[in-house]
Design a protein around this ligand. Structure first.
Ligand code: SF4
Length: 219
C-alpha cells in the first residue's frame, strides 16, 4: 500500500475556470486568485493506492487477490486483458467542506465558488495519482468508480475499503465510509485504475445532466 500525504498540487485559475460552471460566470467572479489561495489553504490532498493481481476475469466481474470479487460486467469487459489493477482512495480532507457549509447561508456565491474549487482540487489530485501509476506501470489508465461506472454498484465501495481495511483508510487518510455508503469527507473518491481495452471514461456512458462532465455522452 502506498500512502501519499499532503500532495503538492499545481492549481491554476485558468484550469479552475474549466471546472463545472465557474468559467461561464468568470466575468462575475472577482478575486479568483485569492479564492484559489483560500482553497489551497483549506485542502489537504491525500491518497492511498495499492496494486492487486487480477486472478480471473469472470462473466460478471473480476476475481482479485484474497478471493475478492469486484462485481461488474463493465469491469469484466474493460479490464479483460489486465493482470493487475490499482484500487485507490483520494481526498482533499474536511476543512474546505466545513468552510463551504459555514458560509452557505450568508455568502451563497462564495460558498458555491469554493465548493467548485474543491472539486477542481479533487479532480487534479486524481490526475496526479493517475500520473504516478502511469509512471510506475506504464499503463494507459482508465478509472472506474462504484456508483459511477455502469453495472458497478455503489455498494461495492465496501470492497474497495475492504482491500485496505476501513480502519487503515481512516487512520492513514482520514476517510470514513458510512453505513449509507457516503464517504466522509465528501470530497473523496474511491475506485480502481487500470489499463482498459478502450480509453474508458465513466462520463461517456453516463446520461445525467451534470456540470462536472469531462467527456461527451456516447451512448
Ligand atoms: S457525467 Fe457527471 S455524474 Fe456522470 S460520470 Fe461524469 S462526472 Fe460523474
Amino acid at each position: 500500500m502506498i500512502v501519499i500525504d499532503n500532495v503538492s498540487l499545481n492549481l491554476s485559475v485558468d484550469e479552475a475556470l474549466k471546472v463545472g460552471q465557474l468559467g461561464r460566470i468568470a466575468d462575475k467572479i472577482d478575486n479568483m486568485d485569492k479564492r484559489l489561495e483560500e482553497c489551497k489553504r483549506l485542502i489537504k490532498p491525500t491518497a492511498l493506492y495499492t496494486y492487486t493481481k487480477v486472478e480471473q476475469v469472470l462473466k460478471d466481474g473480476l476475481l482479485i487477490e484474497d478471493n475478492r470479487v469486484l462485481k461488474s460486467t463493465k469491469l469484466a469487459e474493460q479490464l479483460s486483458c489486465s493482470t493487475e489493477i490499482a484500487p485507490y482512495i483520494i481526498t482533499i480532507g474536511p476543512d474546505l467542506e466545513k468552510r463551504v457549509t459555514s458560509i452557505a447561508t450568508d455568502k451563497i456565491l462564495d460558498s458555491w465558488i469554493l465548493d467548485n474549487l474543491g472539486t477542481y482540487a479533487l479532480r487534479t489530485l486524481g490526475k496526479h495519482i493517475e500520473g504516478r501509476i502511469r509512471n510506475e506501470k506504464g499503463w494507459k489508465i482508465s478509472r472506474f468508480n462504484p456508483g459511477s461506472t455502469p453495472t458497478w454498484n455503489l455498494e461495492e465501495q465496501e470492497k474497495i475499503f475492504g482491500i485496505f481495511s476501513k480502519e487503515v483508510v481512516q487512520e492513514k487518510i482520514g476517510v470514513r465510509l458510512t453505513d449509507t455508503l457516503m464517504m466522509i469527507p465528501k470530497k473523496s473518491v474511491s475506485g480502481v485504475m487500470g489499463q482498459a481495452i478502450s480509453d474508458y471514461h465513466n462520463c461517456i456512458e453516463c446520461q445525467l445532466t451534470c456540470e462536472y462532465r469531462q467527456m461527451p455522452y456516447k451512448g
